[in-house]
Design a protein around this ligand. Structure first.
Ligand code: NAP
Ligand code: GCO
Length: 266
């Protein structure tokens, strides 16, 4: 096999919400594999922070202030990327939020906001890039799903509904655009140490680990939290020609959580 199939030389990649966390790690790996990087965020301050972070890694990234829930801002960003870097070959729908609120305490507005960012936005951004991919004759869309694409837990009803929906949007994009040589797959990260999960890892006043932190270590066969870097290899694979016949798949990168019934008592 020609191992160059794993390279992304000359490809144009848009990674949403990639100033830090999982998105940044994925974009960094894409740049190392040879891709040109564009990212977006919600404020000029975040954009500057992102540009500085990429520069520190020696990456010449293009940054945009564009809210992924706003179709006009997304369309303008995609048009500008196409003009400056060329047509988009790889899209990673990474931007996301979570609200941990018991369902009966959650307002309809809060539920809608999570679904808007975590599910409606991947539709909006994918819709904006697919025509360019069809024109190019190929494309890779990678949706960042979750354990909650498969499992539920207390307080995350909106997130689970959105990430479950994102799994099905992934399969539908595969079904609808596979014939145009577009592969749409998902990555389902396990519990990854990023700002999103920081509240679940806070050290307790008595110096002990957060109970949820201990629960995750016990629930994960790998016996640790994942890191954003754990997602880099899988994300490069799904963006590269090495995965050209992988379509509509959700690749769980979870240290084994979904395979494990949990620790036996005693
Ligand atoms: P994170 O540290 O909170 O980063 C999420 C990024 O998305 C932030 O940069 C955020 O920007 C951006 N964002 C949110 N709403 C946006 C919008 N409307 N427009 C543009 N950007 C927006 O999260 P992460 O842990 O890296 O997670 C990245 C993705 O992986 C998310 O989809 C998350 O649900 C998913 N995920 C995370 C884990 C985990 O354990 N960490 C596991 C499975 C899946 P701001 O700074 O403006 O908020
Ligand atoms: C939570 C977590 C999770 C993770 C991740 C798991 O509160 O349960 O934030 O939802 O972020 O999505 O895959």
């Amino acid at each position: 096999m020609d191992m160059k199939a794993f390279r992304l030389d000359g490809k144009v990649a848009l990674v949403t919400g990639a100033v830090y966390g999982i998105g940044f790690a994925i974009a960094e790996a894409y740049a190392e594999a040879g891709a040109k990087i564009a990212f977006n965020c919600r404020s000029e301050e975040a954009r500057q922070k992102g540009l500085a972070a990429y520069k520190e890694k020696g990456i010449d990234a293009l940054g945009y202030v564009a809210d992924v829930t706003k179709e006009d801002e997304v369309k303008a960003m995609v048009a500008d990327i196409e003009e400056k870097l060329g047509g988009i070959d790889i899209l990673v729908n990474n931007a996301g939020i979570i609200k941990r609120i018991p369902m009966t305490d959650m307002s309809v507005e809060e539920f809608r906001q999570v679904v808007d960012i975590d599910l409606n936005a991947p539709f909006i951004v994918s819709k904006a890039v697919i025509p360019g991919m069809i024109k190019k004759g190929h494309g890779k869309i990678i949706n960042i799903c979750s354990m909650m694409s498969e499992l539920g837990r207390e307080t995350v009803s909106a997130y689970a509904a959105a990430k479950g929906g994102l799994k099905m949007l992934t399969r539908n994009i595969c079904s609808e655009y596979g014939e145009y040589n577009i592969q749409c797959n998902g990555i389902g990260p396990g519990y990854i140490a990023t700002p999103q999960t920081a509240p679940l890892r806070e050290i307790q006043p008595d110096g002990s680990r957060h109970p949820f932190d201990q629960f995750i270590i016990a629930k994960t066969p790998a016996a640790r939290w994942g890191t954003p870097e754990d997602l880099q290899g899988p994300a490069v694979f799904l963006a590269s020609d090495a995965s050209n016949f992988v379509n509509g798949h959700i690749l769980y990168v979870d240290g084994g959580i979904l395979a494990y019934i949990g620790k036996q008592p005693g």
